[in-house]
Design a protein around this ligand. Structure first.
Ligand SMILES: CC(=O)SCCNC(=O)CCNC(=O)[C@H](O)C(C)(C)COP(=O)(O)OP(=O)(O)OC[C@H]1O[C@@H](n2cnc3c(N)ncnc32)[C@H](O)[C@@H]1OP(=O)(O)O
Length: 417
C-alpha cells in the first residue's frame, strides 16, 4: 500500500519482461484505457533501450513511466549534436504530485550529462510541466487550414513549374528513398531531428499500430532525377449535395529544395475534390502562405511551442552552431542542477565560435531554460528581457544577443516524439 508520500514507490529501470506492464502504465497515464496489444509490445521491444527506461512501481503495479533515447538535433549552420530525447512521461492519476516525475527526471538528466549529451529535448504535453527542470521552448510550430478554392493557384497546371516529376509511391519505396532525402533536409534545417529505420517503418505502416490509416505518398524528383521531396497525406472523403468537400491532412512534407517544396504544395492544393488542406505542424515561417496568390486562404489553426531544450553542455552547444554575425557576449547562466551553470564568454567569428568560462563581468543573465529558448534562434532575448525573464547587466546586451543568435529562417521540427 502506498502511504501517499511517494517515497515508498520504487523507481528503477525496467526488465524486458516488464515491458507490457510498463506500456499499460503509459496508456493509463495518457488516458488510454486498453493495454498495448501483443504485437505492439513486440514491436516496442526491439527499439527500447531498457537501460534508459524507468518505471515507478507501487505494490507491483507500474504507476510511473519515463524513457529517453539517443537523438541528433541540428543546430543553426547544419551541425547535429547528440541530445537525449525524453518521452513516454506519465505518472498515474493515483500517484500524481508526489515527486515521481521529479525523481525520474533527475536520474535521466544526470545520466545524459555523464554520457556527454549536449542537451535534453522533449515535446511537452502541457506548457507548465518542464520549465522547472531547466527546459525552455526552443522550436515552435504553426499549422494552417487552407481553403483551396480561394488560393488563386493555377488549377490547370498539372506538372511542376520548375520541371521534375511527381509520382505516387508505396510504403516500400518511401522506406527505400525517403531516409536519404530526410538526411539532406536535416543537414540544412536547424531544429530537425534524426529519424531512424524504425521511424520510417512506423510511418509507413510496417510496424503494428492500432491507429493506422494508409496514407497517399508522393515523391518529387528534380529534372536530374534526384528525390528532392516527399509528401504524405490522408483524405477524409465527404460529398455534400453532389459536391466534393474532401479534406486532405498532411502527415509529412519534407523537401530538400524550394522547387520541391513548391511543387508538392501546388500539387496538393490544386488536387481535384480536395476543398480543404490541413498542413499539420510546420515552421511558423513556412513558405506556404506566401506561395498563394491569396495568402488569406490559409488560416492559422495552431501556433504553439514544440521542441523544448534543456542545455547540459553550454560550450558544446554554442561552439557547434553558427552565428548571423561575428561578435562576443558574456552570459551568466543560473542552473540549480549545475549542468549549464557558469559565466560563459561566447566569441563568434566567421571561422567558428568559442565558448569558455570567464571572470569578465556578465552582460546578460538568464536561467538554463531561457538559454534553451534562445539556443536555436527562435526566441528573442529582447522579448524575454521585456518580460523580465532575462536580465541585461549591460545596456544593449539583449539586442546584441539577438544579432548573434537569431536566424534568418526559424527552426522547425516536423516530428512529435
Ligand atoms: C515528454 C512527454 O512525455 S510529455 C507527457 C507528460 N505526461 C502527461 O501529461 C500525462 C498526464 N500527466 C502526468 O502523467 C503527470 O501529471 C506528470 C508526469 C505531468 C507529472 O508527474 P508528477 O509525478 O505528478 O510530477 P511531480 O510530482 O514530480 O511534480 C513536480 C512539480 O511539477 C508540478 N507539475 C507537475 N505536473 C504539472 C502539470 N501538468 N501542470 C503544472 N504543474 C505540474 C507539480 O505541481 C510539482 O510542483 P511543486 O514542486 O511546486 O509542487
Amino acid at each position: 500500500m502506498s502511504t501517499g508520500t511517494g517515497t515508498d514507490t520504487v523507481i528503477r529501470t525496467i526488465e524486458e519482461t516488464e515491458l507490457a506492464d510498463w506500456l499499460l502504465g503509459v496508456h493509463t497515464g495518457f488516458l488510454v484505457s486498453t493495454p498495448a496489444t501483443k504485437e505492439e509490445v513486440e514491436a516496442r521491444r526491439e527499439s527500447t533501450d531498457f537501460s534508459r527506461t524507468q518505471g515507478a512501481f507501487d505494490a507491483g503495479r507500474c504507476v510511473g513511466t519515463f524513457r529517453s533515447f539517443a537523438q541528433r538535433l541540428t543546430l543553426p549552420g547544419g551541425t547535429a549534436v547528440p541530445v537525449s530525447a525524453v518521452t513516454n512521461v506519465t505518472v498515474s492519476a493515483t500517484h500524481r504530485r508526489r515527486g515521481l516525475l521529479s525523481r525520474m527526471m533527475e536520474t535521466d538528466l544526470r545520466a545524459a550529462k555523464e554520457r556527454g549529451d549536449a542537451a535534453a529535448t522533449l515535446t511537452a504535453a502541457e506548457y507548465p510541466i518542464y520549465g522547472r527542470f531547466g527546459f525552455g521552448p526552443a522550436v515552435s510550430v504553426a499549422a494552417w487550414e487552407v481553403d483551396t478554392a480561394r488560393t488563386g493557384l493555377d488549377r490547370r497546371r498539372s506538372a511542376p513549374e520548375c520541371g521534375g516529376r511527381l509520382d505516387f509511391v508505396d510504403g516500400a519505396a518511401v522506406r527505400e528513398l525517403a531516409p536519404a532525402l530526410h538526411e539532406r533536409v536535416r543537414a540544412t534545417r536547424h531544429g530537425v531531428v534524426d529519424r531512424d529505420e524504425r521511424w520510417w517503418r512506423f510511418a509507413t505502416g510496417d510496424l503494428p499500430r492500432t491507429d493506422w490509416t494508409e496514407p497517399f505518398q508522393v515523391l518529387y524528383r528534380s529534372p536530374d532525377g534526384s528525390v528532392d521531396g516527399l509528401l504524405t497525406y490522408t483524405v477524409d472523403e465527404t460529398w455534400v449535395a453532389k459536391r466534393p468537400q474532401n479534406t486532405a491532412s498532411v502527415r509529412d512534407l519534407v523537401a530538400a529544395t524550394p522547387a520541391a517544396e513548391r511543387a508538392l504544395w501546388h500539387f496538393l492544393l490544386t488536387a481535384d475534390w480536395v476543398m480543404t488542406v490541413k498542413t499539420g505542424p510546420r515552421a511558423p515561417d513556412d513558405i506556404l502562405p506566401l506561395l498563394l496568390p491569396d495568402p488569406r486562404a490559409a488560416r492559422i489553426t495552431t501556433q504553439a511551442d514544440c521542441v523544448w531544450l534543456r542545455p547540459l553542455d553550454v560550450p558544446a552547444l554554442l561552439e557547434a552552431r553558427t552565428y548571423a554575425a561575428p561578435g562576443s557576449l558574456v552570459v551568466e547562466v543560473a542552473d540549480p542542477d549545475g549542468y549549464a551553470a557558469g559565466r560563459w564568454l561566447l566569441d563568434a567569428a566567421e571561422d567558428g565560435a568559442s565558448c569558455t568560462p570567464t571572470d569578465r563581468p556578465a552582460e546578460l543573465s538568464l536561467t538554463a531554460g531561457e538559454l534553451g529558448c534562445l539556443m536555436l534562434g527562435d526566441e528573442s532575448a529582447v522579448r524575454l528581457a521585456a518580460v523580465g525573464r532575462v536580465t541585461e547587466d549591460r545596456p544593449g546586451a539583449a539586442a546584441r544577443a539577438d544579432t548573434l543568435l537569431r536566424t534568418s529562417r526559424r527552426p522547425w521540427c516536423p516530428d512529435i516524439f
